[in-house]
Write a protein that binds this ligand. Structure first.
Ligand code: HEM
Length: 498
């Protein structure tokens, strides 16, 4: 376009530009308070490499309902139970969508994954199916024996390390156990091994998807770049996630083949695992739905569980008197049990262990911002506008350490949960590590069982010392921000039989 024509067009558009600017300013003035950002990049630098911590500091200045710009994207940060309740209870329907990172959108995972898809009919159908076939009490009770077998294998591995006085990486062991519990629940097979020398293809893929997905890319900061993204082809999680999907395809196809031969032989070899249950619902769910559902469940369910267990063990080891209290309770409940694995029916008697898990999730929520939601339309909250398409981060990490909510918030004190009835099932907004409302974690019941039986079995008649003869209080509790909030330094310890 010639310069003259360009300026002519611009001068004609000038009144409209001024109008749009005024409207946008007026709207901005009704946004929740927040730090002023730089043009174009907004408040990107204020996020830092531990955004849960930097936003906790900022919210002390601007309040529990804060707005900032992440690139060109309006981001709303919630840091109090009352405001969380307004978002995830009063206005839950308006915030049911997710804000999917660009990395997820490439490869169309946001269209097929229950975690990221729009809250439409397909999402409702998948939520119903996961509740009915995967996480309902009957299904979890029916699959209890399988989790016991997998925890028994962990106990055997730990016992062997005791005999050899060998150190083990607690997070890695918990990860292997969680992964095998899920893979046996879904396909009746192991997909991970404790022996680091054995093939770890699947285990590594899950970790690579998690690690790659944790890094925000430029198009996340500047949505306008999404249409021009030249990097589209090299998003690493795209490659890893596709590899995982191919593995699931192979497993599904093999099962279909076995099922068709057993039908012709007339002998049923149905395993009654999740894959069989879903294949029996074929009219309701396609193979594409299934493979994406498996991908999502492995990514959402393994690292969250294992990092919680690693933090719980680190806190107990740093606080030997709390470790002793938890162990005595477990040993007492298990005195007639010879195999060293807690039964799920024992969990209700383990009140101190339950308090340990709650306290761990208060201090170390694996998803410190939950999983970002998105406003479906403009919503007025506490007199401020939360604009359509803005991204919602709920800083549960900051809420867990807020002295106005918890006394001595930095201290690990499971006792605080013994007298008060606070639970993490989405009703008590001061403790919502699994989220709240219609989009809260559907895997909560499974996670709850896994966390208690694995942690209980790791401390039953066992004590642990950190490698390098470190004193308990010297255990490093630094954090690494990623898709889940992990321990920066892995917890490596030697088990001892008591
Ligand atoms: C300690 C363990 C876990 C924690 C702390 C956790 C936490 C969360 C959180 C914070 C959300 C977002 C909730 C919201 O937006 O309100 C979520 C969603 C989800 N979680 Fe979990 N989770 C855990 C374990 C699991 C397990 C074991 C599974 C399944 C095997 C699972 C499957 C999912 C799925 C599928 C979603 C997406 C739900 C949707 O968008 O509709 N999670 N989880």
């Amino acid at each position: 376009m010639e310069y003259q024509t360009f300026f002519l067009v611009l001068s004609c558009l000038f009144p409209f530009i001024v109008y749009a600017f005024t409207i946008s300013n007026r709207r901005n003035s009704r946004l929740p308070p927040g730090p002023k950002g730089f043009p174009i990049i907004g408040n990107v630098f204020e996020f830092g490499d531990k955004p849960h911590q930097s936003l906790a500091i900022l919210s002390k200045r601007y309040g529990p309902l804060m707005s900032l710009k992440l690139g060109s994207r309006t981001t709303i940060v919630i840091s109090s139970p009352d405001i969380s309740k307004e978002f995830f209870h009063t206005h839950d329907l308006s915030f049911l969508n997710r804000s999917a990172p660009k990395a997820i959108q490439v490869g169309d995972f946001h269209k097929y994954s229950i975690v990221w898809m729009e809250a439409g009919d397909q999402w409702r159908k998948l939520r119903r199916m996961t509740n009915e076939y995967l996480f309902c009490v009957q299904q979890l009770d029916a699959s209890e024996f399988l989790r016991r077998v997998k925890v028994q294998e962990l106990v055997n591995h730990v016992n062997q390390c005791c005999r050899e006085e060998k150190a083990l990486n607690i997070g890695e062991c918990a990860f292997t156990t969680s992964l095998n519990i899920l893979s046996n629940f879904m396909f009746s097979m192991d997909l991970a091994q404790y022996d680091p020398k054995s093939t770890q293809e699947f285990q590594d893929l899950v970790l690579q998807v998690m690690q790659a997905g944790a890094k925000p890319g430029l198009p996340d900061l500047f949505p306008i770049l999404q249409s021009l993204d030249p990097l589209e082809l090299i998003w690493p999680e795209n490659v890893y996630a596709k590899k995982m999907v191919n593995i699931f395809d192979k497993i599904i196809n093999e099962r279909l083949k076995t099922r068709s031969t057993t039908v012709s032989d007339g002998v049923s070899t149905e395993k009654n695992d999740v894959l069989d249950l879903l294949l029996n619902q074929k009219s309701n769910i396609t193979q594409n739905d299934m493979r994406h559902l498996f991908l999502t469940l492995f990514v959402a369910g393994t690292d969250t569980t294992s990092s919680t267990l690693e933090w719980a063990m680190a806190e107990l080891m740093r606080n030997p008197e709390k470790m002793k209290k938890a162990r005595l309770e477990v040993d007492k409940v298990m005195q007639n049990n010879t195999n060293g694995v807690i039964q799920e029916s024992d969990i209700s008697q383990l009140t101190y262990l339950q308090a340990v898990i709650k306290e761990t999730l208060r201090l170390h929520p694996p998803a410190p911002f939950l999983i970002p939601r998105e406003a479906i339309h403009d919503v007025v909250v506490q007199g401020f506008i939360v604009p359509k398409n803005s991204q919602i981060l709920c800083n549960v990490w900051a809420m867990g350490r807020d002295p106005n909510i918890w006394s001595d918030p930095e201290m690990f004190m499971p006792e605080r949960f013994l007298d008060v009835k606070v639970d993490y099932r989405g009703q008590d907004f001061k403790l919502i590590p699994f989220g709240a409302g219609r989009r809260m974690c559907p895997g909560l019941n499974l996670a709850n069982r896994m966390l208690h039986i694995i942690l209980g079995s790791l401390i039953h008649k066992l004590d642990w010392t950190v490698v390098g003869n470190k004193r308990p209080q010297d255990i490093d509790m630094g954090e690494k921000f990623g898709i889940t909030l992990q321990k920066a330094e892995p917890l490596i310890a030697i088990p001892m039989k008591l």
